[in-house]
Design a protein around this ligand. Structure first.
Ligand code: ADP
Ligand code: MG
Length: 445
């Protein structure tokens, strides 16, 4: 039924909207009843957007099919593969065969390199160019949304374009394929397929955890490919030693080649990634909006991408220009406003640490240029992050004569913010450090 409903929805909305939003939905069978239908989407941005824009439409379609209009809610749930009850029960609808369909935009050219991912990027590139040599296997690990799938598929795209035979599969697909062939007594076919490729790329290998039989089979596949100097690339959310439920003979093999991690991107890298995505999706965002997104969204690039798409969709629906105010308004629920309980001392502490200036100097009357600048940034952030403090409180705290001195400092800093893009980024970065330090210390919320 839910498939039928979504198919009908498909005929009612533009295909690219369907692709961007509705494809991300999963029907939540366990929590749905005939008068209350639940779908899940993998990120909060999509949840809000789909709820406002499509939930009612979906309910109408149900009504047209059943005569009864249910409520439809969209909930946030990260997509995790269905848990198999037993390692040997074949899935009901096996999808035999690995997917070799690669996302054509996941290329090395479209990947932004920063200190957070340069090791993984370099290793991926040399693996694609010189397979089966230095880095075999290449094991890429790191948090969600940091570019692992992009990199492993970039290897695949490169290799295919250079005439190699590539199998790209997720570990769930590998598992399904294995069980399917096992049940149909066609293991020979399975083995031939996985052992005769130039590249075996398995994404999210951690999902083979506790699947002993599949691990056993993979162990032999691995050995055979390795013996033939065929390239193996694996990704995972953790380094090999830390993945639970894996046989040791496998995790030691994962460490034979090169292990490369992807770290959360720094602010500069985030900004470059956002610019790249805008370029690829043909979306225009002003620099101040880009900086705002980079400084306020967390590190998951997938979520940042949805934020951009949703921002753009809102703007075009309302025929509005994406100004910083518009972006703040649209994104306010998505970005945790982290201004709770921040004190003037928190601000000084972070600025002092980051700019390498003594807290007492910031609050002093010293006129050395770096100190004056740190003081002005402090005043500006105090004004932004602690709105409860009046001008005279700030004057007192920062050792200034009176509130006019605070106004003067604010004027100076606003001038700089308007004219100096680098300075603005620096201030945004400090702001996000102050708020995240506070969040991580667990004092707020
Ligand atoms: P992971 O597999 O680590 O969860 P993905 O590879 O799926 O993450 O990345 C999520 C999204 O973010 C993808 O659309 C990917 O293109 C993009 N992305 C992540 N890192 C980068 C980067 N350094 N440059 C460009 N795009 C990136
Ligand atoms: Mg991935």
């Amino acid at each position: 039924m839910s498939d039928q409903v979504l198919n009908l929805l498909k005929s009612e909305i533009p295909p690219d909207e369907y692709k961007k939003y509705i494809n991300a939905l999963h029907f939540d069978e366990n929590n749905s009843t005939s008068d209350h239908i639940v779908f899940t989407a993998p990120n909060k941005l999509l949840v809000g957007w789909i709820q406002t824009k499509y939930a009612n439409k979906i309910a109408d379609i149900y009504e047209s099919l059943t005569g009864q209009k249910p409520t439809v809610t969209i909930e946030h749930k990260l997509f995790t593969p269905p848990v198999k009850k037993s390692g040997t029960t074949p899935p009901k609808n096996p999808q035999p065969g690995p997917s070799t369909i690669l996302n054509s935009s996941y290329t090395f050219e479209n990947f932004i390199v920063g200190t957070s991912n340069q090791l993984a990027f370099g290793a991926a590139q040399s693996t694609a160019i010189n397979p089966g040599q230095q880095y075999n296997p290449l094991f890429i690990y790191g948090g969600s949304g940091l570019g692992k799938t992009h990199l492993i598929q970039a290897i695949g795209n490169y290799a295919i374009n250079h005439g190699a035979t590539v199998i790209y599969t997720t570990s769930e697909q590998f598992l399904n394929d294995f069980l399917y062939n096992l049940r149909n007594h066609t293991m020979e076919r399975f083995r031939k397929k996985y052992r005769q490729c130039d590249f075996l790329l398995i994404d999210d290998i951690q999902f083979l955890s506790n699947k002993e039989q599949t691990q056993e089979e993979f162990f032999h596949t691995f050995n055979e490919l390795h013996r033939l100097h065929k390239q193996i690339v694996l990704t995972s959310d953790k380094p090999p030693k830390k993945i639970a439920g894996f046989e040791e003979r496998l995790t030691t093999r994962f460490e034979w080649g090169l292990m490369a991690d992807v770290q959360p991107p720094g602010l500069e890298t985030k900004i470059s990634i956002i610019k790249k995505k805008c370029e690829l999706d043909n979306i225009h965002l002003d620099d101040d909006v880009i900086n705002y997104i980079a400084a306020h969204m967390e590190d998951n690039i997938r979520e940042i991408e949805s934020a951009i798409i949703i921002l753009n969709a809102h703007a075009s629906m309302l025929s509005k220009k994406i100004t910083i105010d518009f972006a703040t308004e649209v994104m306010k629920d998505l970005i945790k406003e982290r201004t709770v309980n921040i004190t003037l001392d928190d601000i000084i502490r972070v600025i002092a640490r980051e700019l390498n200036i003594k807290p007492s100097d910031i609050k002093s009357k010293k006129r050395a240029q770096p100190i004056v600048e740190a003081r002005r940034i402090g005043i500006y952030l105090a004004k932004t992050l602690t709105p409860e403090n009046k001008m005279k409180d700030l004057a007192e705290f920062f050792g200034l004569k009176d509130h006019t001195a605070v106004s003067h400092a604010m004027r100076k800093i606003n001038e700089l913010l308007q004219n100096d893009e680098n300075f603005k980024v620096k201030v945004e970065e400090l702001k996000s450090k102050i708020t995240s330090t506070k969040m991580n210390s667990g004092e707020s919320m």
